[in-house]
Ligand binder design. Sequence first.
Ligand SMILES: [Zn+2]
Length: 257
Amino acid sequence: MSEAWRAFDVEIARWRDAGRDVEFWWRDDDATRPAPELERLLELCATSGVPLALAAVPEDAVPELFACLGGGVTVLQHGVDHINRATEGEKKTEFSESEPVDSAVARLSSGRVRLEMLAGTRAIPVLAPPWNRLHAALVRRLGAAGLRGLSTYGARTALTAAPGIVRFNAHVDIIAWRSGRGFLGDEQALGLAVQHLAARRGGAIDADEPTGWLTHHASHDAAAWAFLARLFDVTRRTAGVRWRRADELFGIVSRAR
Ligand SMILES: [Zn+2]
């Protein structure tokens, strides 16, 4: 076992020694249509038994996408059209501060309705905005779009992002977006997880927010796929580790389960 995997194992053991379960959840972004990479993702979900929160782009999603999902899959809303509307001085975002909030709320609402129509009871009204960005004025209005949850990136500062909007973020993005867009590597990916777990354990951040793993099936190289398979295999066999379903996490359990 390499040092990175050993350190990961040691951190989980510290939780176990403290009598606490390590809770993880898994979010994968950018689903729009069936593709070999998506099939591979779903197969990994099915064989590992790790529940998947699949963030789909409502405007780009085709009905066939939802025909092939297995029982462990919950669908989140990944923006509306995933078009970058950032203006000068803004980082990439679908939801620019230059767009009137009412217009963004209307788009989000129609996206939510379309996703519910396509995905049925698999869809939960939770927004995972593209590039993990949503400005504060829009966060406060998510309820008006019929949304009840939000997922971005990094340790949350509170359980609710706004009244009626619960928040569960991702914390371990396994892709090296700024250097080659390949797998981040065992050391860095597991390092992010250990860092988040240790901060939770130490009380520096919200201990009750499960550590979220973020993947992008369309961008995975062989190393990323191999890492995920190993991560799921190792964690499923490690006592005290629990992978949470997104619908349970957000408190929105669909009727069809
Ligand atoms: Zn995206």
